[in-house]
Design a protein around this ligand. Structure first.
Ligand SMILES: Cc1cc2nc3c(=O)[nH]c(=O)nc-3n(C[C@H](O)[C@H](O)[C@H](O)COP(=O)(O)OP(=O)(O)OC[C@H]3O[C@@H](n4cnc5c(N)ncnc54)[C@H](O)[C@@H]3O)c2cc1C
Length: 476
């Protein structure tokens, strides 16, 4: 019997799991996919928002500003790259400059520090590739960037290193019982017994709420399509550039990522399911807007496109509360943007204000908050590399040529918490396959390493879980 079971291995479920692993509790995370971080936490802009955008007094505003403050230490403890690059909301007319004043006022009310209105000259000094049409900007020095899947995987890995249990391929379809004695069932007949449940199921959050009779929770999906440019263009911009919001929405952003790619997007399109396909219309609108924001956008360096689906609530705010019908059930749903930014603050709030009411929380003496940033062999000095290769020769064997990822790093990703059991999972942990050729050369070798490390036949290795097997049978 677990004390607490979290449903959904995104950045919210992962951050709460990690925070709860400080305490003397038996905790478990259930994820329907073959790996963690398979929902919105995998495909978003990776921006640590400053917090001037959300309505004053909303949960979004509160957790955004707190999360922004907590993120540098959170990322550091977890060994995850975070860059305080600052953000710029760019105005293209004097009417938009007035909107920037309103944004600045709202930001100040939300508690955002250091907001400053820049004229065109100051803006061009910060971003030389900005459009000739731009007239000024709102500068937010506390804006940042982080890798969303690295953060989610590291939070869950650190929680597991501290005793939490992860069960993947567990698609929750039924919850029975009462506080102190729930049974959670999966589609394929597995079951988990737990005293309490936290619903962090992203787009699946409404279904989980309905399983405990909470049909007042209503969620919708809004797709966002992106284009990613190669690291060769990584210095094209250094800040995160937003359009000034209008009645029609916020438009797209142009930003550097922590890995020095350039990200363009996202669009905003209502969808009724989790459809993450990209479309010519969507990507063309990203290109059009990116060309409005900047001069000479190096689109020839495009390496991939992708989409994520925001799970928003009909309250247009986060829902972070106890169930109205079932004691022992907590909902953390409708966590659209700025949910990534808010994750550490939401985790702290849920622990100290909601879980605290259900359990007598006692800190473990041996909780270790530190996860070593051990993924990037290529960043070591030659002496350090040679030292490692002496005892582990697999680190001397480059598998992904674009990103220079070694066999040793892939084996480690398959073995350490949370284990990477498929090719995309290895990619998210090591970057093998994330470079210019997008896995064209290294994918078969990565599959062989996974098969060998897990001791399974190659026919069982998948790209991203059930039904995505790479090879079906031996021909010779
Ligand atoms: C296009 C886009 C851009 C964004 N940009 C930003 C940004 O720049 N900055 C920012 O702060 N935020 C941003 N966000 C918001 C941020 O990504 C989300 O707020 C955050 O990822 C929400 O995390 P989550 O854990 O709630 O949901 P998810 O990451 O979706 O996780 C939910 C998990 O639950 C699992 N699940 C669902 N149903 C079940 C079930 N029945 N049983 C078991 N498991 C289940 C899913 O497989 C999934 O892994 C963006 C979002 C999108 C989509």
């Amino acid at each position: 019997m677990y004390d607490l079971t979290i449903i959904g291995g995104g950045v919210i479920g992962g951050s709460i799991l990690r925070n709860l692993s400080r305490y003397d509790l038996k905790i478990c995370l259930l994820e329907k996919e073959d790996d963690v971080c398979m929902g919105q936490s995998k495909a978003n802009s990776g921006i640590v928002h400053a917090g001037f955008d959300a309505a004053v007094g909303s949960l979004k505003a509160k957790f955004n500003v707190l999360g922004n403050e907590m993120m540098p230490d959170f990322a550091k403890e977890l060994g995850v790259k975070y860059v305080n690059n600052g953000s710029l909301v760019v105005a293209f007319s004097f009417e938009e400059m007035k909107t920037l004043e309103e944004l600045r006022e709202r930001g100040i009310k939300n508690g955002v520090k250091g907001l400053e209105i820049l004229d065109r000259e100051e803006l061009v000094n910060k971003e030389p590739n900005i459009s000739d049409e731009a007239v000024g900007a709102l500068f937010a020095p506390t804006g940042g960037i982080v890798c969303p899947y690295e953060l989610t995987i590291a939070a869950i890995g650190n929680a597991m290193d501290n005793g939490a249990v992860l069960i993947t391929n567990f698609d929750v379809c039924k919850i029975d019982g009462e506080f102190g004695n729930f049974t959670v069932y999966s589609q394929d007949g597995q079951k988990v017994e737990t005293k309490a449940v936290i619903n962090c199921a992203g787009l699946g959050g409404q279904k989980i709420a309905e399983l405990v009779g909470d049909d007042y929770i209503k969620l919708g999906g809004r797709k966002g399509e992106y284009i990613l440019l190669d690291r060769e263009s990584g210095d094209f911009v250094s800040h995160t550039l937003f359009f000034t919001p209008t009645a029609k929405g916020k438009g797209i952003l142009v930003s550097q990522t922590v890995d020095k790619n350039i990200i363009l997007g996202p669009t905003a399109e209502e969808v009724s399911d989790g459809d993450t396909s990209t479309s010519a219309d969507g990507l063309n609108s990203v290109i059009e807007k990116a060309n409005k924001m900047c001069k000479n956008v190096p689109l020839y360096n495009t390496i991939t496109s992708f989409a994520g689906v925001r799970a928003y609530s009909d309250r247009h705010d986060f829902i972070i509360e106890e169930s109205k019908n079932k004691k022992g059930v907590i909902h953390c749903v409708g966590i659209e943007s700025p949910g990534l930014t808010s994750a550490p603050a939401i985790a702290k709030y849920v622990t100290e204000n909601l879980v605290d009411k259900l359990f007598d929380l006692r800190e473990k003496k041996d909780f270790n908050p530190i996860r070593k940033p051990d993924y990037f062999f290529k960043n070591l000095s030659d002496d350090e590399k040679n030292e490692i290769i002496k005892t582990s020769p697999e680190y001397g064997h480059i598998i992904c040529r674009c990103e220079q990822i070694t066999e040793g790093e892939i084996i480690r990703a398959v073995k350490e918490n949370p284990p990477a059991k498929n090719i995309d999972a290895v990619k998210r942990r090591t970057r093998a396959g994330m470079g210019r050729c997008q896995g064209g050369f290294c994918q078969p070798q990565v599959a062989e390493i996974i098969a060998e490390t897990l001791g399974i036949p190659l026919t069982e290795v998948t790209k991203s879980g059930k039904g995505s097997n790479l090879v079906l049978e031996r021909t010779k």
